[in-house]
Ligand binder design. Structure first.
Ligand SMILES: Cc1ncc(COP(=O)(O)O)c(C=O)c1O
Length: 381
């Protein structure tokens, strides 16, 4: 019998959906033309690129001209942070303490303040309000956290940023203030409509939504000025030079369309699995503690501390049993430090090193969850 394989690391990577793959295929070989070429095959490629952009824009409730394709989520986050900060070099920015490294690392190259989160893993908007000063040009708050799955109070942050903008306007103070949100983990489960959310820049990531890795986009509201990271041929309105990858753009647009169409049913299904996960854990491992708010949480995330345990050992044992899970985020796997996200919640180093992340997805079944909890509890000493 083939070894069982249970994949519970969908926050790290999702497989490309079969329908997305099919839509991408022509652009890998037969329709390989450069969208900037002037002959008709090139013009067709350009039309395909713009159709992909326009379907992304319609899901985000934006204009097509406000979407810039990037090679993944990290690049889009870097473009947002460096792009705004290089345009406003004396200004400062505020980022939540639980941002992904691709926001935190560029932010720390400038004058930056980190905004605290509550022990439940949600941004403290009252404290954030006190950190904004006359020189703050950017606030970056992720939509949903990649480690603990907590959904952030974006609409409240948006109201705060809008009120600061209004005060500045009334005072004749010229510095703009923008809100960026990293929505890499949100695409499968949350509403991405930028006007309803009230945000100025938003990162979308194909690799987390059953599209190709290294596909992504940055929504940039009309009127927001920013510097490009990559100069060259001037593609993407000069904001991201380089020959466009039609397969990536088509893959991103197909994946976003499909995942948003499946959103309501997947949210309901995964919430049930999540509840089942919690109750099996409560019975089998009563000392386990859920990290992050249960209420404001992605439906696919279960993040636990198993006090006194060693997460590295458990992950190896789970892997040997055919179960793939994570400790913290795969993106920072190369770094041996305990997670900055768990530290921001107030967890001790030893509790952080006793924590595991399980993230479910389209192929996860109730049987997978039962097997996982049974297997895990046998390994817990
Ligand atoms: C919240 C968040 N932001 C950004 C990224 C970076 O995306 P990528 O590795 O595709 O560049 C990730 C990837 O895990 C993520 O979860």
């Amino acid at each position: 019998m083939a070894k069982q394989q249970i994949y519970l690391d969908y926050a790290a990577a999702t497989p490309v959906s079969p329908s997305v793959q099919k839509q991408m295929e022509p652009y890998l070989a037969a329709d390989f033309y450069n969208p900037s070429a002037t002959y008709s095959a090139g013009r067709e490629a350009h039309k395909t690129l713009e159709a992909a952009r326009s379907s992304i824009a319609s899901i985000l409730g934006s204009r097509s001209s406000e979407i810039v394709f990037t090679a993944g989520g990290s690049e889009a986050n870097n473009l947002a942070v460096h792009g705004i900060m290089r345009t406003n070099s004396d200004a400062n920015l505020i980022v939540s303490a639980i941002e992904h490294e691709s926001v935190l690392a560029p932010a720390h190259r400038y004058k930056v303040k980190e905004a605290a989160v509550t022990p439940e893993g949600r941004l403290d908007v009252v404290r954030l309000a006190k950190q904004i000063d006359d020189q703050t040009v950017l606030v970056s708050v992720m939509y949903a956290n990649n480690e603990i799955g907590t959904v952030q109070p974006l609409k409240e942050v948006s109201r705060l940023v809008q009120s600061v903008r209004k005060q500045r306007l009334e005072a004749g103070h010229k510095l703009p203030i923008y809100l960026h949100s990293d929505a890499c983990q949100a695409g499968n489960y949350l509403d991405l409509h930028v006007a309803r959310l009230g945000i100025d820049l938003m990162t979308v990531n194909g690799g987390k939504i059953y599209g190709p890795k290294q596909s992504g986009a940055l929504y940039i509201k009309a009127g927001v000025e920013l510097q490009p990271l990559i100069d060259g041929g001037g593609q993407e309105r000069g904001l991201r030079s380089g020959t466009e990858s039609l397969s990536a753009a088509v893959g991103l647009s197909a994946a976003l369309t499909e995942t948003q169409a499946l959103r309501a049913t997947e949210v309901t299904r995964l919430k049930q699995l999540q509840q089942e996960f919690y109750s099996l854990l409560a019975a089998a491992l009563p000392k386990s503690v859920l990290n992050g708010s249960e209420k404001y949480r992605l439906p696919n995330n279960v993040h636990l501390t198993l006090p006194g345990q060693d997460n590295e050992r458990l992950l190896i044992q789970l892997d040997e049993a055919g179960i793939m899970a994570a400790a913290g985020s795969a993106c920072s796997a190369s770094n041996d430090e305990p997670s900055h996200v768990l530290a921001a919640l107030g967890l001790s180093d030893s509790d952080a090193r006793a924590s595991l992340r399980f993230t479910m997805g389209r192929a996860t079944t109730s049987e997978d969850i039962q097997t996982t909890v049974r297997t895990l509890s046998a390994f817990v000493s």
